[in-house]
Structures are given as C-alpha cells and as structure tokens.
Design a protein around this ligand. Structure first.
Ligand SMILES: N[C@@H](CCC(=O)N[C@@H](CS)C(=O)NCC(=O)O)C(=O)O
Length: 202
C-alpha cells in the first residue's frame, strides 16, 4: 500500500488531497513539524534533507511534491488530471505546474521563515515586506488566468494540487488582495471540495 510521510500544515497536504481525489487507499505517517521528527535518522533515510512530503511505494521512496503529484497522476488517474501531450493545454500545464515551486513558493518560504521559524531577534522586517510584495505580484497572472475558469486549466488538473495549496497559503498569509476576485473565488471553490478539506484545510 502507498504510504505518505506527512507533517501538518506542510506541502504534504497537496498529496493527501490528491490521494483522496483519486480515492486511493494509503497509510499516513503523521510526524510532528519539528526538527526532532523531521531531522531524525529514520526520516533522513527517506529524505536526505529531512523534509516532507515523501511517498513510499514498495521499495520506492519519492520526494518533491511535484514529482509525487506527477507520479500519482501517471500511475493512477486513468488519463484524467493532465492534458495529453498534443493538447494546446499541455504547455500551460507545464508552465503553471512549475510556476508553483519556482515562483510562488520561494516568497512563501521566506515569509514563513521570517514570521514563524526564526527567533524574534533574528527576524527582518525589510526582508519580510519584500517577500510579501513579491508573493502578491506572483499571484497576479494566476488571477488573470482564472478569469472565467473554475480551475487553472478549466477543469481540475495536477496544476491545482500544486498552485491551489500555494494560493490557499497566500490568502492565509494575507497576501491576496480582495481585488483579486478570480483568485479569491478559486480558493473558496477549492475549500468546498471534501478531499481538499481533508488534505489541506483540516
Ligand atoms: N520543493 C519541496 C519542498 C519540501 C519542503 O521544504 N517541505 C517543508 C514543508 S512544506 C519541510 O519539510 N520543511 C522542514 C524543514 O525545512 O526542516 C517539495 O515540493 O516537496
């Protein structure tokens, strides 16, 4: 059976959401989001940097949330959740899929470091402000793309498991202005999906 190594309030929620949408049975290894759990010898044997998510499938140990999303879709979605290579949506799929970890997550990481992970005396308001402004900027093209669409490519796809989570985080961090009405509606729409609630909102 598939086993997901997980910590609360992390990117591992993307994978729970996808596993739930695909209705796949899986085991969950719930770890604390703490150095003690994530940097343990046991977890570093799964991921050399001691991070989550990690998917275990038999002898395979796979990390990087994007790789895990692609792996599960390729093996278990029966052709759904990803456009065919010759579809005009395919290049858009690639662009938005990689935009998530490449553009949206870096400022989110900085914000989390500057507000939660660093002790107060080492936090830097200028770095925090810069990351917040950058995050809002990276959301602008997403808001435009979502005009007249329910999901990033129209129908639910692998892109949403990546960017949906990142957008949900951005809203929680207060970086999604009310004027981004399409993006606001998108996050609210995701929040009505039972599998999203199980994976990310719960
Ligand atoms: N690009 C990686 C990022 C993995 C990552 O940094 N995960 C965070 C949780 S969202 C983590 O495990 N942080 C623990 C730490 O930094 O010690 C992915 O998409 O899986």
């Amino acid at each position: 059976m598939l086993k997901l190594h997980h910590a609360p309030n992390s990117r591992a929620g993307r994978i729970v959401w996808l596993l739930e949408e695909l209705q796949l049975p899986f085991e969950l290894n719930r770890m604390d989001f703490s150095p003690k759990a994530l940097k343990s010898e046991e977890h570093r044997a799964r991921h050399p940097l001691g991070r989550v998510p990690v998917l275990e499938d038999g002898d395979l140990m796979l990390y990087e949330s994007g790789a895990i999303v692609e792996y599960l879709i390729a093996r278990h979605s029966n052709g759904d959740l990803k456009p065919a290579v010759n579809s005009p949506l395919f290049p858009q799929y690639l662009q938005w899929f990689h935009y998530c970890e490449g553009m949206v997550m870096p400022p989110i990481n900085t914000i989390v470091v500057q507000t939660l992970l660093l002790p107060p005396e080492r936090r830097n308001e200028e770095i925090l402000g810069q990351a917040k402004r950058l995050l809002t900027k990276t959301l602008e093209p997403l808001n435009e793309t979502l005009s007249g669409r329910d999901y990033m490519l129209g129908a639910l796809s692998g892109v949403d498991f990546m960017l949906g989570h990142a957008c949900y985080m951005s809203r929680r961090l207060g970086c999604m202005p009310e004027e981004m009405t399409h993006l606001q509606a998108y996050v609210s729409r995701l929040e009505t999906r039972p599998a999203f609630i199980k994976g990310i909102k719960a």
